[in-house]
Design a protein around this ligand. Structure first.
Ligand code: PHE
Length: 340
């Protein structure tokens, strides 16, 4: 055998023994390692020692010297491992941790600004006696349209204006189809279907519309729906509630404007604008619940009346915090989100 080959085998053995003995965790493993490397009959050291005979005579002194070194190194590694196990510690080798150093600061997360806004809105409306109701984001046409007085041929139902879901087994057209709700007014219906009047609820959640994103639009956003049905509820109650709400949420005496408008499920209907930097900005829609809607859920339009409103949560959040681009809220950019 060549000297180089012999030395290479010794190197490998030394490395393997060092790593094995450095890691043994109990006396059983230590004994296994001892037999494997240092065993008198079948140990790996013994095997290599036997090969010494086949090394060139001239190379023997160098080979023997290295063999003895490796023997010694393995013995030392063995002694250290034994000592480590005997002293009962499995402490790691090398530099010990310094307990006097300052710790790594924890990076605490916090609620997303939109979630914070939702909590804030619930609190303000809760003080006016509105409890929170919830409804599903995947809706059927009954709750998103029909019960809200939006007939089959109404442009609001256009497939291009909604996220319809492909439905297995759907027979024709949009029949039996489902969609991502385009408004939280669906929850008005769900609440009235299951609760006799009076009802006074808000509902906060996501709605979906295939709008191209820009500074004030995003295909998913949140709405706060409000519904108050009882005897003798009037438009004056609606305006008072919205004004108290706006003053509480935005602070001070916020100017609020009702603009005549149309929604199939309210009559009369208004757009609700708040003054923002000398501009009237639309925050949502509102109106008196249409008698046809009250009838569709089995309420008696002769004995109860109500108002409903739907406000954009992101716009409220943006107005309060001076955020100018809705896309920042959904960018996932922590540098932006950490500010709130
Ligand atoms: N659902 C309407 C929208 O999304 C807003 C609205 C809610 C209007 C309640 C009237 C009453 O545009």
């Amino acid at each position: 055998m060549s000297l180089a080959n012999f030395l290479q085998q010794l190197d490998r053995l030394e490395a393997e023994a060092a790593s094995t003995l450095g890691e043994v965790a109990d006396s059983e493993a230590l004994e296994t390692a001892r037999v494997r490397f240092m065993g008198a009959k079948k140990g790996l050291l013994k095997d290599i020692q036997k090969l010494l005979g086949s090394v060139e005579v001239a190379d023997k002194p160098a080979a023997g010297k290295r063999l003895n070194e490796v023997k010694g190194a393995i013995q030392t590694a063995f002694d250290e491992a034994k000592q480590r196990l005997d002293s009962g510690t499995t402490e790691r080798q090398g530099p010990q941790p310094d307990p006097t150093l300052p710790g790594t600061p924890l990076r605490l997360g916090h609620l997303h600004p939109v979630t914070q806004t939702i909590e804030h809105l619930k609190e303000i409306m809760g003080r006016m006696g509105f409890t929170t109701a919830e409804g599903p984001e995947v809706e059927d046409p009954w709750h998103n349209f029909v019960a809200l007085n939006i007939p089959e041929d109404h442009p609001a139902r256009d497939p291009l204006d909604n996220f319809y879901l492909a439905t297995a087994g759907a027979t024709s057209g949009l029949e039996g189809s489902r969609l991502m709700r385009s408004q939280t007014s669906t929850v008005q219906i769900r609440v009235m279907e299951t609760t006799p009047p009076p009802v006074r609820i808000i509902s906060l959640g996501r709605v979906y519309r295939p709008d191209a994103p820009d500074a004030t639009h995003f295909p998913m956003f949140h709405q706060m729906e409000g519904l108050y049905v009882a005897t003798d509820v009037t438009m004056a109650n609606l305006k008072t509630v919205l004004r108290i709400f706006a003053n509480n949420y935005l602070g001070g005496d916020v100017e609020i404007r009702f603009r005549p408008s149309f929604f199939p499920f309210t009559e009369p209907s208004v757009e609700v604008d708040f003054l923002w930097n000398d501009n009237w900005i639309e925050f949502g829609g509102a109106g008196m619940v249409d008698p046809a809607v009250l009838a569709s859920v089995g309420y008696d339009p002769e004995s109860v009346s109500g108002f409903a409103f739907g406000l954009g949560v992101e716009r409220l959040c943006m107005r309060r915090h001076g955020i100018t681009d809705i896309r920042d809220l959904f960018s996932g950019d922590l540098r932006f989100l950490k500010q709130f």
